[in-house]
Write a protein that binds this ligand. Structure first.
Ligand SMILES: NC(=O)C1=CN([C@@H]2O[C@H](COP(=O)(O)OP(=O)(O)OC[C@H]3O[C@@H](n4cnc5c(N)ncnc54)[C@H](OP(=O)(O)O)[C@@H]3O)[C@@H](O)[C@H]2O)C=CC1
Ligand SMILES: O=C([O-])CC(=O)C(=O)O
Length: 270
């Protein structure tokens, strides 16, 4: 029988708290043992009803677990990643946009025996994108449409004086460029583009359009891939979570599915 893997989670927000609750409800082969939170009193309150309350630890303490899930602001991505990688753990990042300018972490992981497993997150179809990228790929694009409030606070908008909340009638293109630049300009909004880039042809060649669209209620992503083996066109329409409208409700579910795949006997999808 496969051994149980222990899990630590950094951040107890829209992703982390939902994932923690799901693990506490019981998942074969996985045991939540630790969480790291900015506000310990809030974390204590959030964990009050848990059947098996995980320890509240600092970031370094998370790396006692076999799997470290990062579900925190991108600003502390590197601290979480380094702690997990130094101890040779399985590191599962949510803020995967922050990985793009830090690809040296992959080399560090190679040395320590750690693994970095980027979940599909709020996106879809990365199995097909990875398969296509084993062959020739001509282009990969992603069009992201979000309700304006789902883009508020992005540094790119502030630098360019774009007030998305003033977008009331017509959908407005606020960014067009590659996934690398998008991840810098929208660190809390387009992690999906980073995951797509890592699955396919890289952050320089993966192109993204970001639209502020007052007519959508869901965070909507359409991927188009033109490859020698297949043409892919896929759309996902994510219900924003109550806690954080930038984050689709499917994200913690996707990470849970990813973690199950690390221990399950039957695994579906590549
Ligand atoms: N890969 C993907 O498809 C997706 C990725 N994301 C990304 O995932 C990350 C998490 O998203 P989400 O859960 O919605 O974010 P939230 O803002 O809802 O939650 C983040 C949590 O991290 C906590 N936190 C802040 N600072 C620290 C710290 N120093 N140590 C530990 N915890 C801390 C916050 O606490 P407090 O509230 O007290 O500040 C909060 O509970 C973000 O970077 C987001 O952009 C989001 C959606 C999809
Ligand atoms: O990619 C992200 O950061 C979040 C997102 O678009 C979504 O949840 O749909």
């Amino acid at each position: 029988m496969a051994r149980t893997l222990t899990v630590g989670i950094a951040g107890l927000g829209a992703i982390g708290l939902h994932l923690a609750r799901a693990l506490d409800a019981g998942v074969d082969g996985l045991k939540l043992v630790a969480v790291a939170a900015r506000d310990h009193a809030k974390a204590q309150a959030n964990l009050a009803g848990f059947r098996n309350r995980p320890a509240i630890v600092d970031i370094a303490g998370l790396a006692e677990a076999d799997i470290v899930v990062e579900a925190a602001p991108a600003a502390i991505f590197e601290e979480v990643a380094k702690a997990a990688i130094a101890r040779g753990r399985i590191f599962v990042p949510s803020s995967c946009g922050a990985l793009l300018p830090r690809m040296h972490l992959v080399e560090e992981a190679r040395k320590t025996g750690a693994r970095i497993i980027v979940p599909t997150g709020a996106l879809l179809g990365l199995d097909a994108v990875r398969a296509a990228a084993e062959g020739e790929v001509a282009s990969v694009t992603i069009e992201t449409r979000k309700p304006p409030r789902g883009l508020v606070g992005a540094p790119y908008l502030e630098q360019h004086g774009i007030d998305v909340l003033a977008v009331k009638d017509e959908k407005t293109l606020v960014f067009k460029g590659n996934a690398y630049d998008a991840a810098q300009g929208f660190p809390a909004n387009v992690n999906v583009a980073a995951a797509l880039a890592l699955a396919g042809i890289g952050p320089q060649r993966t192109m993204i359009e970001i639209w502020a669209d007052p007519h959508v209620t869901r965070n909507t992503h359409t991927i188009r891939v033109e490859a020698a083996a297949a043409r892919l066109t896929m759309t996902i329409e994510n219900v924003p979570s109550e806690e954080n409208p930038r984050t689709g409700k499917i994200t913690p579910l996707s990470i849970l599915a990813c973690l199950r795949g690390l221990t399950s006997t039957l695994k579906v999808g590549s």
